[in-house]
Design a protein around this ligand. Structure first.
Ligand code: ATP
Length: 602
């Protein structure tokens, strides 16, 4: 995994990405920020110059220079005040726009990634979480870079003025280096702190949701989980504060150490100049100039250390974005050299030695699967909990790529198919379906975006899902707003939500692959049986035109037995295939499971 702070080369790419963001979000304001911040830095530097002119003019009673310096000082101050007001306004607007752009890009990155890796790899989840909290950092890119540059110029010019008193005072600037060097170490500490707290944040978010989300309300109350949740929430929060405090103390200690080294140098230089004054080698103006300028260098170093830390932390956050973008791009790049999904299936789907291991899992969820799903067939997948059924259907729909082996669609490797074109020809309904809080028509219509406005298509999908009567049961029919979080929203029963998920899967009229992963679990066995018979008849009707394959994952053998092909999985391995009669005759796991269920119904 690439961390922005561990690879200097990556930092440059990251910095370039951040600048591109600021430019894309608001080119005019980015330019304006650049100009205003540079002018502000110049105004502050001229202030030190006019101060020197004033101090030199006092002992010589040079009235012209005294008036000139007074005017210059007033102008520098006024310029600084006006410019800092203007640059802050620009900064606020730039920050808002960049923040909005980054959020939009994050939605694109996550939403357009065809596979599920980003959601299931802990390191990527950490990136997502930190980015969610820190997208505002992208808006700081231009100002923090300009500020850093301007502070650098001010340090150099102030040191140059100091050298006019004595070159020995150059040492003062050298003693400021530890402060600057330590700033990158300090920001690394904060970055690692973010990594360490991400999981704790996740746990507090889970506990918060458990305590506040309506889906959990029944169980949390019946189980009297309230006090337990509050206690655990406090424990996690204490951990969070503990880690953050430890990081802050460590960082502050380092920062303080750097500043103490400089302070020591500051006092030594003052003593030295006072000594020169006492021995007649320096004027009172030199003492005053050293006291003012050395103090200025001190505050400039402190602010540049802070700016550096800030810039490193911005880069570290942006590094997380760059990494996620890379993963998304890699996943999407498949579509560029991609083969196009066939208009109809002739041969079917083949799996050759297909294995899949989840990220960070030691055991494969599927191992060495060899299988042929003939075009036009209805296929049932059975097996105990955790056998790998859902993993198999996620591989077939392209949500994961096999870690080994190959899945071919009519001889074409699925990994080389344009994911978009394959998605357009697949439909799926899952047991853990999403509850889209949209108007009913849209919650179903999104099953086929091309037909989302087509009310007749939505009604046909409802019919095919055996739910034609659902709109009539809701206050505004197809226009009913779903979801309890809306003022006029309606919450539904688990079975009704499931009917919507199945209707969504029925929106496509000619999919090549229809996957139903226990979407009927909340319906009674008779309804499931009737629906599957209906789908099997429908796919029989269209099999000559599309060669569609229907895959059903179910624990109900009364439905499973109707399938043309039954696949039996056990601990990630394919142990039996055949139709019901063949598998019963074999007397293996399928026959045992079937008998067991049949007995309980007798
Ligand atoms: N996101 C994930 N990360 C890591 N392991 C996972 C993930 N999802 C599933 N697994 C593991 O993969 C194995 C197969 O899971 P899968 O969901 O495919 O089983 P299943 O046969 O569909 O089970 P069920 O009948 O309970 O739905 C299980 O051991 C499970 O713990």
């Amino acid at each position: 995994m690439i961390m922005a702070e561990s690879l200097p080369g990556k930092r440059l790419t990251t910095a370039a990405t951040m600048l591109r963001f600021a430019w894309a979000a608001d080119p005019k304001r980015s330019l304006l920020a650049l100009v205003l911040f540079t002018l502000q830095a110049l105004a502050s530097t001229t202030f030190a110059w006019w101060l020197k002119v004033l101090l030199d003019a006092v002992p010589a009673a040079d009235l012209t220079n005294l008036f000139l310096a007074t005017g210059g000082l007033a102008l520098s101050l006024a310029g600084n005040t006006v410019l800092s007001h203007g640059s802050n306004q620009v900064l606020l607007a730039l920050r808002e726009r960049t923040h909005a752009l980054v959020e939009r890009r994050m939605v694109e990155i996550v939403g357009h990634t065809p596979t599920l890796d980003i959601h299931e790899t802990p390191a990527y989840l950490t990136h997502l979480e930190v980015l969610e909290r820190e997208t505002w950092r992208f808006g700081e890119t231009v100002p923090s870079l300009v500020n850093l540059f301007a502070t650098g110029i001010r340090i150099v010019t102030t040191t140059a003025l100091l050298v006019t008193v004595s070159p020995a005072l150059l040492l003062l600037a050298v003693l400021g280096l530890p402060t600057l060097l330590l700033s990158s170490k300090i920001s690394r500490l904060y970055h690692l702190g973010n990594d360490r707290t991400a999981e704790i944040y996740r746990r507090t978010a889970v506990l918060y949701d458990l305590a506040t989300k309506s889906e959990c309300a029944k169980e949390t109350r019946l189980l009297r989980l309230g006090p337990v949740l509050v206690r655990r929430f406090h424990v996690e929060y204490r951990k969070l504060i503990g880690v953050s405090r430890r990081v802050a103390v460590h960082a502050e200690a380092l920062g303080l150490a750097g500043r103490m080294i400089f302070l020591l140098g500051y006092f030594c230089s003052l003593l030295l100049v006072v000594h020169w004054f006492a021995t007649g080698r320096a004027s009172i103006g030199d003492v005053a100039l050293t006291a003012v300028l050395a103090g200025q260098i001190l505050s400039l170093l402190a602010s540049s250390a802070e700016l550096l830390q800030f810039a490193w932390r911005n880069l570290a956050t942006a590094g997380r974005y760059v990494e996620l973008e890379g993963i998304s791009r890699q996943a999407r790049s498949r579509s560029t050299a991609a083969a196009v999904t066939p208009a109809r299936l002739r041969d079917g789907i083949r799996l050759d030695q297909v294995s899949y291991r989840y990220p960070h899992s030691t055991r494969p969820a599927l191992r060495g699967i060899d299988l042929r799903l003939p075009a036009g067939s209805t296929v049932a997948v059975v097996g105990d909990n955790g056998a790998g059924k859902t993993t198999l259907v996620k591989l077939l729909t392209g949500l994961y790529l096999p870690t080994d082996g190959k899945i071919s669609i009519d001889g074409v490797d699925l990994a080389t198919l344009d994911p978009e074109s394959w998605r357009r020809r697949t439909s799926a309904g899952f047991q853990d379906h999403a509850r889209f809080e949209l108007p009913l028509r849209e919650a179903i219509g999104i099953g086929d975006l091309d037909a989302i406005e087509d009310e007749a298509a939505v009604r046909t999908a409802l019919q095919r899902a055996g739910s034609a009567d659902l709109p009539a049961a809701l206050p505004a029919g197809l226009q009913t707003q779903l979801g309890p979080s809306w003022t006029d929203g309606v919450d539904l029963s688990g079975g009704q939500w499931q009917k919507i998920a199945i209707s969504r899967a029925m929106m496509r009229t000619a999919p090549l692959l229809l996957v139903l992963d226990e979407p009927t679990a909340a319906l009674d066995a008779d309804t499931e049986h009737r629906l599957f018979r209906q789908w099997a008849t429908a796919s029989e009707r269209i099999k000559d035109t599309s060669g569609a394959i229907t895959i059903l994952v179910s624990h109900r053998f009364s439905t499973v037995r109707m399938a043309d092909l039954i696949i039996v999985l056990d601990h990630g391995e394919l142990i039996e295939t055949g139709d019901h009669d063949e598998l019963m005759a074999r007397g293996g796991l399928y026959a045992d499971l079937f008998e067991l269920q049949a007995r309980s119904y007798r």
